[in-house]
Design a protein around this ligand. Structure first.
Ligand code: APR
Length: 246
């Protein structure tokens, strides 16, 4: 496929690569997306589960939903899409993964520079002290969980609708996007800002952008290449073209 060869060439030539991912890269691992036909927002109302108001109103309900998602995600493994992204680091370029996903699968696949702009479902944050700790207990022994230090409610360390992104993470993501020769945008509907604006930063700075998504998105008409492929398929095809073992 001509596009695969062109994109592989662009990857080989790149010195700074940003891989910007959304729920679609984890779909083939079994993690539900948000807006597809089986998406989470088709079955649950985000304003009832993924907002500060929802948590204030009913922390138990919100934690029951996150506990269910943690139980669902815990046994799941990275797919060839994640493994391709991790293997890019062996090419010598500086690779930064900027992910909207909270599932931790990029780290499980071996990527080492990961900016989680929407947080991580395997971290909890004290609502009083703000301290963030890893918590992989499945199921949670107490719902809702409380801080062992001060007793206050713990919340998932994820970004809810209406909340600001973690400033330090976002600044690093923006910086990487504006310096990238090449951005691979994999598995995002590109409708949730400010994250969805990252590809524009790369394009504006003269970098090239590849979109990998079986469906078109608002980005499709603006990017250098738009591959109508699943993340796993494209990952395998590009890895083969680049001689990467994934
Ligand atoms: N490979 C690649 N892309 C895929 C695959 C696949 N196998 N399957 C689905 N997709 C694409 C869909 O076509 C869609 O464009 O992945 C995208 C998933 O879009 P969303 O479900 O909207 O997920 P995402 O873009 O990550 O949502 C962004 O919205 O709800 C918030 O905080 C949440 O981080 C999330 C943000």
């Amino acid at each position: 496929m001509r596009e695969i060869k062109e994109i592989a060439k662009a990857i080989r030539e790149a010195e700074r690569i940003v891989v910007f991912t959304g729920a679609g890269i984890s779909a083939e691992s079994g993690v539900p997306t948000f807006r597809g036909k089986e998406g989470l927002w088709k079955r649950y109302r985000p304003e009832e589960l993924a907002t500060p108001q929802a948590f204030a109103r009913d922390p138990k309900l919100v934690w029951e939903w996150y506990n269910w998602r943690r139980e669902l995600i815990a046994p799941l493994q990275p797919n060839p899409g994640h493994r391709f992204v991790a293997a890019l680091e062996t090419l010598g370029a500086q690779v930064t993964v900027v992910t909207q996903n909270i599932d931790g699968l990029h780290k499980k696949a071996g990527s080492t520079v990961i900016e989680e702009v929407h947080g991580n479902i395997w971290q909890v944050r004290c609502t009083k002290e703000g301290t963030i700790t890893e918590n992989t207990q499945v199921p949670l022994p107490e719902i809702p969980p409380h801080c062992p230090e001060c007793g206050a409610l713990l919340r998932p360390n994820v970004v809810w609708f209406g909340e600001a992104l973690p400033q330090d993470v976002w600044m690093r993501a923006l910086d990487a996007a504006s310096k990238a020769d090449l951005m691979l945008v994999i598995g995002t509907s590109a409708v949730v800002y400010p994250a969805a604006g990252l590809p524009e930063n790369t394009l504006a700075a003269g970098g090239r952008v590849v979109e990998i998504n079986p469906d078109p998105t608002p980005l499709s008409g603006t990017v250098t290449w738009s591959l109508r492929m699943k993340a796993g398929e494209a990952g395998r095809a590009l890895a083969e073209e680049l001689g990467l073992n994934i």
